[in-house]
Design a protein. Structure first.
Length: 321
């Protein structure tokens, strides 16, 4: 293992635990080994420890196979000019949740190609990205914005990370892929320090119109999995967060007609042809303004397609075993 790679992994090692025994880990050549020597985790090239294995047929294993299969289409979707323009709008709103706040240890959960790690690159000293798909993580590693980033392959509801170690945890579109939200938020609370911040951006369907549209899309798109994907809803999410010591501070929904039209290149084939339209980014900006107007109307509050949210960890003493 090259020195620079080993240094960041060594730095991250003090934050990691065996997801089976909760013990600390030791680094030996190309493996991480639990203190009792009973559990060994291989470090795949380029420098990604693998913590999740398909020992049982679970939602996590389904998602792993799903994203290993569609990762190319997912990455391509991020490169279209109309998608980039709309994401710029969403990213600015997301960044404003913490503005210039600095964190020692930053975690992006369900990180995919590392969008959150790149977005908040000026807000942390040390970052960790966790995803279930090794293929997505390879893409993330290839585009690392700085050297102080460690990627891990692991399960979001059984993280290989010690208690009370993370200052800020971010999820971009990952919550709706996890059916057991209680376990997810329990893990988020466990790894966050007291007063740690949890930020997310995810699909919502409190508005019945979006539920109907999604049911149609999910039936016909091979890139979506209706069985393991469920958009968020305000009341149930607030209760689940509170149950796990996470105090909801922000819930703002954004995105309407423009989001439907320009942000589904990965599931709607015709959407990809928008990239051929001259001045498409100018057109998208116009639709963004329309979406902003609609979602800011009093009777349309919380009826957007995407929620931007923030919660603070209120649990002082964790006891998760």
């Amino acid at each position: 293992m090259r020195s620079s790679k080993k240094n960041i992994l060594t730095k991250t090692l003090k934050l990691l635990r065996c997801p089976k025994t909760f013990q600390s880990l030791e680094l030996t050549k190309n493996n991480l080994i639990s203190i009792d020597k009973k559990n060994r985790y291989k470090i795949e090239q380029p420098n990604i420890p693998v913590f999740f294995s398909d020992e049982a047929f679970t939602d996590t294993s389904i998602q792993k196979d799903h994203y290993n299969n569609i990762y190319k289409t997912y990455i391509e979707n991020l490169s279209y000019p109309h998608t980039i323009e709309y994401y710029d709008y969403l990213d600015k709103k997301f960044i404003n949740l913490i503005k210039n706040k600095k964190f020692n240890v930053f975690l992006e959960l369900c990180c995919g190609s590392g969008e959150g790690i790149k977005l908040f690159v000026n807000n942390y000293g040390h970052a960790i990205g966790v995803d279930i798909s090794i293929k997505m993580l390879n893409k993330a590693y290839a585009s690392k914005p700085t050297s102080n980033i460690q990627y891990l392959q692991g399960d979001a509801i059984n993280l290989p990370i010690k208690d009370n170690t993370i200052d800020c945890l971010v999820m971009l579109g990952g919550i709706h892929h996890i059916s057991d939200r209680n376990k997810l938020f329990k893990e988020v609370s466990r790894v966050l320090k007291s007063d740690g911040i949890f930020l997310w951006r995810d699909p919502v369907d409190d508005f019945i119109f979006w539920r109907l549209i999604r049911k149609i899309i999910y039936k016909f798109s091979p890139l979506l999995d209706e069985k393991t994907e469920e958009p968020l809803r305000f009341n149930s999410t607030k209760k689940q967060l509170s149950r796990n010591g996470l105090n909801l501070k922000k819930w703002e929904t954004v995105g309407f007609f423009g989001y439907c039209l320009f942000m589904n290149s990965d599931v709607l084939f015709f959407n990809r042809f928008f990239s051929k339209i001259p001045k498409i980014r100018t057109i998208v900006k116009m639709f963004i303004q329309i979406d902003e107007f609609i979602t800011n109307l009093n009777f349309m509050k919380n009826r957007g397609l995407i929620v931007i949210g923030m919660a603070k960890n209120t649990k002082v003493n964790h006891n998760f075993k």
